[in-house]
Design a protein around this ligand. Structure first.
Ligand SMILES: *Cc1c(COP(=O)(O)O)cnc(C)c1O
Length: 389
């Protein structure tokens, strides 16, 4: 073994499939071509001013510059408790049912190390956020993919999971409103999840990254609002997308107190908590005005309409999403996800994400993100009309 050989766990990670697409993007840019990316899900607009002001005040305080506690500040836990009650009708005990996470990604990854051993299985939505598959593999466990398909309104078929898999499964990763499909949770599905988790003793991890980003009057529920959810699961809430705070790295885990305690124990060995100033800024975000969120959603829904209209005009049969910052659309006949993304790049100098990036069941789709500034998005859509119609 050579001294820089990575661990077997790292080697077990699936290879990165999109090097070719990225090479082509880099070549075009190097050749001076103005490539517009609609690939990345990172809000283009600024964090809301009241949050930035709270951070500016908090960061200057010496008391906030020390090591934080992994349990989180009282202000942070209380703000989440108040927010969950008012926004979702969910009671959260600030003392035992919520602690900070350094973003949802950290939380999901570390939950794998808190709950999975070699031989265990994690059930992961497919297509889905990559950490649902990467986390379990790095923890030495196995992943079983649960296809999300339009014919089931992008809900996995829990009844189709075989008995042996159910016996070995310890975690179930779900996410609604869903990245990348833009789907919202089908009526009754969370109830079905609670019954399934109880029967099979599987801890549910609901990734709630997009509850505040919804359109057309749709209001997304918390998984924890489902009867019995707190007995079988946790919810990971992120401020990244809804509050334009991706760079701040702030979220929280809420729900089952024993699960949160295990996550806390794991974290005391891994990191030294979430910067106190960021915790105070997050509390200001959660207790602050809703106006900026509503304005942001109005901007995204206008962009969504432009994208959907353009795609339909060039013959793509696309559904208009009620939430998230993505439009998920089938590739035209005769294309794979990557061949379509490559063709769009060649013809229109526009980047769309191949659906296969998000898992096997994403093959046959592409994703467009709504986080490109209006003028650039309009330009990209004009190019699609011109070159692909
Ligand atoms: C963007 C995203 C996240 C990332 O959240 P962070 O809090 O920024 O780590 C988590 N889950 C999904 C589904 C996402 O799309």
């Amino acid at each position: 073994m050579a001294l820089t050989d990575p661990s077997k766990r790292l080697e077990a990670m699936p290879p990165y499939m999109f090097a070719e697409l990225e090479r082509r993007i880099a070549d075009k840019r190097a050749a001076g071509i103005d490539v517009i990316s609609l690939g990345i899900g990172d809000p283009d607009m600024a964090t809301y001013p009241h949050i930035v002001e709270a951070m500016q005040a908090a960061v200057a305080e010496n008391a906030n510059q020390k090591y934080p506690s992994n349990r989180g500040r009282e202000e942070f836990r209380q703000a989440f408790s108040d927010f969950y009650l008012e926004r979702f009708g969910v009671d959260i005990d600030p003392g035992s049912e919520v602690i900070p996470a350094i973003g949802a990604k950290e939380c999901i990854y570390n939950l794998c190390f808190a709950f999975l051993d070699p031989g265990d299985v994690a059930l992961a939505s497919d297509p889905g956020y990559p950490v649902y598959t990467g986390g379990p593999i790095l923890a030495g466990a196995e992943v079983v993919l649960l296809p999300l398909l339009p014919k089931r309104d992008f809900a996995p078929d829990l009844g189709a999971i075989d008995r042996l898999t159910r016996e070995r499964a310890r975690l179930l990763f779900l996410n609604y409103p869903n990245n990348p499909s833009g789907a919202v949770v089908p009526e009754g599905f969370f109830e079905e999840v609670v019954a399934f988790a109880r029967e099979n003793e599987i801890l549910v991890v609901h990734d709630n990254a997009y509850s505040e980003t919804t359109y057309d009057g749709y209001v997304a529920p918390s998984f924890l609002a489902t009867d019995g959810a707190k007995e079988v699961g946790v919810e990971v809430f992120s401020l990244s997308k809804g509050f334009n705070m991706t760079g701040w790295r702030v979220g929280a885990i809420l729900g089952n107190a024993d699960a949160i305690s295990a996550y806390w124990r794991l974290k005391t060995n891994v990191d030294s908590g979430l910067f106190d100033a960021i915790q105070l800024a997050a509390a200001a975000a959660l207790t602050g005005p809703r106006g900026p969120l509503d304005e942001m959603n109005a901007i995204y829904s206008r962009r969504r309409d432009l994208v959907v209209e353009t795609l339909r005009a060039i013959g793509v049969d696309v559904a208009s999403p009620k939430g998230t910052i993505y439009v998920w659309a089938p590739v035209p006949d005769g294309h794979s996800s990557t061949s379509f993304a490559e063709m769009v790049l060649e013809e229109a100098a526009v980047v769309v994400s191949p659906g296969s990036m998000y898992g096997r069941s994403g093959e046959g789709y592409f994703r467009i993100s709504l986080t490109t500034p209006d003028s650039r998005l309009t330009e990209a859509l004009e190019r699609l009309r011109e070159h692909l119609a």
